[in-house]
Write a protein of this length. Structure first.
Length: 277
């Protein structure tokens, strides 16, 4: 009887020891996987952003070949201004760049609060029309200097857009460049020979002159068709989290994630985030 009793105790101790060991190994393995997942997610482009790029890169390339606007610039602007195509205007009006009616628009429209409580925005039949209309919008004298740049000079275009008044935030060029390099959008840009550049510049010059002649004087002001992009941008510092930033700027974590196409809450030092638009 005593042998049976001591045998049972020994068996129970053996089972407990094995169970404890398995738990320790399982915990260590789980911790390792968790760490790997966290580090690999830092700076990783979201699927929403990649899907958006895949859907619209061809039209951006076509507009680049026609006017010389780098495809990378057009895609980066569209990603930012439409929130990866998730903004109200993008979803309900196919308007990916916030183009307003401006007095010359004869198509459908929708009212949304912007500079005024009931600003009029253009409604397009499809997103492709919005991308094309964005090119037409840039065919104004104030942006004419940009078309003298090489059509694969995305850094020059990013800085030139800010200098021409397209955006009010001084970090706007940095944000465009970071977006382009994060998603490798410059892979869609194409260079051109000196002869091709001269031909394109002459074509754009004629387009700008024609655009000015056809636009009624009352609506020539760029701001009446599109307000300057006024993004609040934050550069991530050490120890900052999405939660701490949401408290700092009084916005929700989900809003920050949506505006920046984030799929998780991992941040990297120096990362630029759009806080509000």
């Amino acid at each position: 009887m005593k042998k049976f009793f001591y045998g049972m105790i020994a068996l129970m101790m053996l089972i407990t020891s094995c169970s404890s060991r398995r738990g320790t190994l399982s915990s260590a393995k789980s911790g390792s996987n968790s760490k790997t997942s966290s580090s690999s997610s830092i700076g990783r482009p979201s699927m929403a952003g990649n899907d958006y790029i895949a859907q619209y890169k061809d039209i951006a390339i076509a507009e680049m070949n026609k006017y010389g606007i780098p495809a990378s610039i057009k895609l980066a602007q569209a990603l930012l201004e439409s929130g990866n195509g998730n903004s109200y205007l993008a979803r309900e009006a196919n308007n990916h760049f916030g183009i307003k009616c401006g007095g010359v628009w004869k198509g459908k429209s929708v009212t949304r609060p912007d500079d005024n409580i009931n600003d009029c925005f253009r409604v397009y039949e499809n997103p492709e029309q919005s991308f094309k209309d964005h090119s037409e919008f840039l065919l104004r004298p104030r942006y004419s200097g940009l078309f003298k740049l090489d059509k694969n000079d995305y850094k020059g275009w990013a800085k030139g857009l800010k200098a021409a008044g397209y955006a009010t935030n001084p970090r706007y060029p940095d944000l465009l460049i970071e977006m382009i390099e994060r998603y490798h959008l410059d892979q869609y840009d194409r260079g051109e020979t000196p002869k091709e550049k001269v031909v394109r510049e002459e074509t754009v010059k004629d387009e700008i002159v024609q655009h000015v002649q056809e636009t009624p004087p009352a609506v020539v002001k760029t701001e009446e068709i599109k307000s300057p992009v006024a993004m609040r941008i934050h550069e991530v510092k050490a120890q900052e989290t999405l939660y701490s930033l949401s408290k700092l700027y009084n916005v929700s974590v989900e809003q920050i994630k949506s505006l920046n196409g984030l799929t998780d809450e991992a941040l990297s030092l120096g990362q630029l985030l759009v806080i509000s638009k």
